[in-house]
Design a protein around this ligand. Structure first.
Ligand SMILES: NC(=O)c1ccc[n+]([C@@H]2O[C@H](COP(=O)([O-])OP(=O)(O)OC[C@H]3O[C@@H](n4cnc5c(N)ncnc54)[C@H](O)[C@@H]3O)[C@@H](O)[C@H]2O)c1
Length: 334
């Protein structure tokens, strides 16, 4: 198969590329390397079945050309990370709405199956647990920029349904807090990366608020299995699925677990949200995915437990230390 992965140099995208290359696919990555890293795909630079196109999903001509020359599209490129969204809402909105529209329009034009990455952020601050795909979204006011990401991803979903209604084979996946090797501190759901970085560098592990807010963390290999299943199962077309792990942990317990697993002597310190994000920030107290639909239709179930997954992630971080190498020069296609 010839597969296009937008955002394929990113955290989740590069793990997907690993699986696609391993199964014998011809893989093209479209990524302009904003939060993505060349290190994530460096092992394929000279691979005969791998191409990296360093360009933006906002470039409709490039998107058209690449979609036309593939059989299947995984659309993962996005401006991600609550911090980024809060810092630069304009870029985030245009990449996440216009970019996705470009990809879907091209997929429709050339009639290619597409799997698109949405997010648990779509649910906003809903306190319902677990969150099912048909549950209401609960958002704060538009004056709080973090909600722009949730709204952009929801618009992406609406675009996808609209194209699905016209027959386009498209599946939508809402990822819940993904972690694993290649995690990065500037990315989405940075808390795991931040705690590990702090623990490995002997700094205090900074827990926001009272630390009683919970999240459910999904190892990236489980996420990628969900992505592949969505591309293979015909009944997934026109549907949205939660992809995650439904085991809940408080941020305080997560900090203690990472401290233990990394053998760190760092203290755990509580900090006010405002000190990190500024005055106008809202957090969500809980976010638990209801995985029944993904299990029933995709046959998806997470397999990697948090301790095992965190131990592997800490090991990777220990080896890489989050120290960025000098930007590599690559013979990338213009
Ligand atoms: N990691 C998570 O916990 C999580 C949770 C929910 C949803 N998601 C979604 O999963 C997808 C992948 O996220 P990730 O965690 O791997 O983040 P990531 O930042 O590592 O990957 C995103 C990739 O998109 C690329 N990109 C950004 N803007 C682009 C543009 N205009 N043109 C081309 N490439 C561009 C980045 O360089 C990066 O490689 C995103 O759509 C994100 O919204 C991730």
């Amino acid at each position: 198969m010839r597969v296009l992965v937008t955002g394929g140099a990113g955290f989740i995208g590069s793990h997907l590329v690993d699986r696609l290359i391993a199964r014998g696919d011809q893989v093209c990555v479209l990524d302009h390397l904003s939060t993505g890293r060349i290190e994530n795909v460096r092992q394929y630079v000279d691979h005969p079945r791998f191409t990296l196109v360093k360009d933006s999903i906002l470039n409709a001509d490039v998107v058209n050309r690449l979609v036309e020359s593939c059989d299947l599209v995984f659309h993962l490129a996005a401006a991600v990370g609550v911090w980024h969204i809060v810092e630069n809402p304009l870029a985030a909105i245009s990449v996440n709405v216009e970019g996705t529209e470009n990809v879907l329009r091209a997929a429709f034009r050339f009639w290619r199956k597409v799997v698109i990455a949405s997010s648990s952020e779509v649910y906003g601050k809903s306190t319902k647990a677990p969150l099912g795909e048909d549950d209401d979204r609960v958002l704060g006011p538009t004056t709080i920029s973090r909600w722009s990401y949730s709204s952009a991803k929801a618009i992406d979903e609406h675009f996808a349904y609209a194209y699905a209604a016209r027959g386009l084979p498209v599946a939508i996946l809402r990822f819940f807090n993904v972690y694993g090797p290649r995690i990065h501190e500037n990315g989405y759901g940075t808390v795991v990366a931040r705690f590990i970085h702090q623990a490995l560098n002997g700094r205090p592990l900074t827990v926001h608020g009272d630390g009683r807010q919970t999240r459910c963390f999904c190892h990236v290999e489980d996420t990628v299995r969900g992505i592949l299943l969505a591309s293979e199962v015909e009944a997934a077309e026109g549907q949205v699925f939660n992809i995650g792990n439904d085991v809940e942990i408080t941020m305080h317990d997560l900090a203690l677990l990472i401290k233990r697993l990394s053998g760190s002597s760092s203290e755990v310190r509580f900090v006010a949200y405002q000190d990190y994000y500024g005055q106008r920030f809202e957090d969500t107290p809980r976010r638990v995915p209801d995985l029944r639909k993904a299990a029933r239709i995709l046959g998806y179930r997470p397999e990697i437990g948090l301790e095992t997954g965190l131990a592997r992630t800490i090991e990777w971080c220990r080896q890489h230390r989050f120290v960025e190498g000098p930007e590599a020069r690559l013979g990338v296609e213009p």
